[in-house]
Design a protein around this ligand. Structure first.
Ligand SMILES: [Zn+2]
Length: 310
């Protein structure tokens, strides 16, 4: 891969004097019909039959980022990048970090280590060729880096990734490692495993529990003050706050899928309010940075803690 300097014409001027807590806006770029809640309802063979919405939704998000002079990290699915190469180029040209969300939105439980290695290598090549920037970050679909899939850490290091942002320190039926640290740390699987920087999504510690407040369904279903309280606590504790959103969460017009009751509730609640909410968060004074642009700072924080064994 040859990495050249991207065009800077679309890069908004970042406020250099920005002060305040370190925060990151991350976007998991996927189509609405690829979400885990649609797994049983829409077969992969039918994906092409559903109208794609990701490009227009990413355009709206890029507009929000531009207006607020923010840059973030876009974890892009290989399946989507292949079908929307110009979208990936636009995201990169606007100064955002391009990172990997895997190839086909499979939870890691559904892949063997060999399949995972082949898919992340393929996805990384697609993204790097389009974005003309090194791709060093990974987020697993549905935060599926958990003890049974901890082998993925070694595969990521071997494949050249420098950080992962997939271990959610909350209790949830299908993901989460409740005992994991709530701030950047080095993680390893087994004594002879490779060590990787982990950058976990924001949680709010309350009543001896970690409450998920970093984005997604939590961001839309819970009142906004949950996220605000989480951000405030992270600031007081000098923890970076990593937030995550999906393009389809800002699209009230997306076609409705035959989901379960819970799936409909998690997927379709407050879509029309999401953009205004995100703008309120974006407008806050903070050092909003793509994760990959502050790796040294994150590593220094991680070095202050013991390596976490997954
Ligand atoms: Zn996803």
């Amino acid at each position: 891969m040859t990495v050249s300097t991207p065009s800077t014409s679309a890069v908004p001027p970042l406020a250099e004097q920005e002060t305040g807590p370190l925060r990151c806006l991350s976007i998991d770029v996927e189509e609405y019909f690829q979400i885990e809640a649609a797994q049983g309802a829409i077969a992969r063979a039918d994906w092409e039959r559903w109208p794609g919405r990701v490009e227009r939704n990413v355009d709206r998000l890029l507009d929000l980022f531009y207006r607020h002079k923010r840059q973030g990290t876009f974890f892009i699915l290989g399946w989507v990048a292949r079908r929307h190469p110009d979208m990936v180029r636009h995201i990169a040209a606007a100064g955002h970090e391009i990172a990997s969300h895997g190839m086909n939105h499979d939870r890691l439980h559904r892949l063997t280590p060999a399949q995972f290695r082949s898919e992340i290598t393929e996805c990384r090549k697609i993204l790097q060729d389009l974005a003309q920037q090194p791709v060093v970050g990974f987020r697993a679909p549905t935060f599926s880096v958990v003890p049974p899939t901890a082998w993925a850490l070694d595969v990521l290091v071997e494949a050249g990734f420098l950080y992962d942002s997939s271990i959610f320190q909350v209790r949830h039926p299908s993901y989460g490692v409740p005992g994991a640290p709530d701030r950047p740390y080095f993680v390893r699987h087994g004594d002879d495993g490779a060590t990787l920087l982990e950058v976990p999504p924001l949680s709010w510690r309350v009543a001896r529990r970690n409450v998920a407040v970093a984005g997604g369904g939590y961001f839309r279903l819970l009142p906004l003050w949950f996220m605000q309280r989480g951000l405030k606590q992270a600031r007081h504790q000098d923890r970076p706050a990593i937030l995550y959103f999906h393009p389809w969460e800002f699209d009230p017009q997306m076609p409705r899928m035959p989901l379960s009751f819970t799936g409909r509730l998690r997927t379709y609640t407050h879509l029309a309010k999401a953009a205004a909410r995100l703008e309120r968060i974006m407008a806050q004074q903070a050092r909003w940075r793509p994760i990959g642009s502050v790796l040294e700072e994150l590593k220094a924080l991680a070095r202050a803690r013991a390596v976490f064994e997954l």
